[in-house]
Write a protein that binds this ligand. Structure first.
Ligand SMILES: NC(=O)c1ccc[n+]([C@@H]2O[C@H](COP(=O)([O-])OP(=O)(O)OC[C@H]3O[C@@H](n4cnc5c(N)ncnc54)[C@H](OP(=O)(O)O)[C@@H]3O)[C@@H](O)[C@H]2O)c1
Length: 242
């Protein structure tokens, strides 16, 4: 993708990886809009990044996604880049009493929202790039986040098909594949052991500038290219099996 002079919507861009991308895209000379549920997080992001445009939106519901799209189509029809970044992660066990409800919430936010937004935003005449944020867990699941891992495997698979479906329309589809990073994903402190977002952002922007369409870092670079002979032992080790 071209790195500057875009108008970009980043879902979940007020915190973590989305905020890191928003900051860097602004530095590179783009106009950036971010959305999320929490007004306070949006306000804090706007205070830190002059020029950032914010919009409160709940992407877990169809109505929330449609409202966001209508707002964009009216006020920012020149958006040419959609970044499907918003996501939630919950630890759960299939025997939990609330397992199915939690699973539905995760599937609505991590699967249904990017699918629905993609289909809506393709109505924008200016749209030429879609970035989908998947995960190293797309390739090898973490058992304590079983549904999250499966949503990311879904996203990875769909992104491969999407890229080919949109090739003839000259819409570029880029997969952003983070490894574990130090954000508030899943709750404060759960990812405290992981590398900072800033190192990841440096690495993926260098790859974007090289024209790459699968952006990886550390573990995700290995996992996204490995065969079962590597992934099976990683699965056992990561999940402390046997
Ligand atoms: N950190 C990691 O280790 C890691 C690794 C691989 C992939 N990822 C992926 O990276 C993406 C960003 O996660 P992160 O690590 O940066 O965590 P994060 O800071 O918690 O960011 C998630 C963002 O999504 C937004 N969001 C969640 N539910 C939403 C909803 N219903 N409607 C609108 N916005 C919603 C949140 O804002 P509100 O709460 O205000 O709505 C938040 O800004 C996710 O897709 C995640 O799966 C993260």
């Amino acid at each position: 993708m071209k790195i500057s002079h875009n108008k970009i919507l980043i879902t979940g861009g007020a915190s973590g990886i989305g905020f890191g991308m928003a900051q860097r895209f602004i530095q590179e000379g783009n106009t950036v809009i971010v959305c999320g549920r929490r007004e306070t997080a949006l306000q804090e992001a706007a205070d830190k990044l002059p020029g950032l445009i914010t919009k409160q939106a709940d992407l877990q519901t169809e109505a929330g996604r449609e409202e966001l799209y209508t707002w964009i189509a009216k006020g920012h029809p020149d958006v040419n880049v959609l970044v499907n970044n918003a996501g939630i992660q919950q630890w759960m066990h299939v025997t939990d009493a609330d397992f199915y409800q939690k699973a539905k919430d995760e599937m609505a936010t991590n699967v249904e929202a990017p699918l629905h937004l993609t289909s809506l935003f393709l109505q924008l005449k200016s749209l030429n790039t879609i970035l989908n944020v998947t995960s190293g867990l797309s390739f090898v699941p973490l058992i304590r986040t079983p549904v999250y891992s499966a949503t990311k495997a879904f996203s990875h698979s769909f992104t491969l098909s999407l890229r080919e479906m949109l090739r003839a329309k000259n819409i570029e589809v880029i997969e952003v594949i983070p490894p574990a990073l130090n954000t508030d994903l899943g709750g404060k402190g759960l990812h405290g052991h992981a590398p900072p977002v800033s190192d990841f952002i440096e690495a993926i922007f260098a790859q974007l500038k090289e024209g790459k369409t699968e952006l990886t870092f550390g573990f995700s670079q290995i996992a996204s290219q490995a065969g079962q002979e590597i992934l099976k032992p990683v699965f056992a080790k990561m999940n402390q099996l046997g």
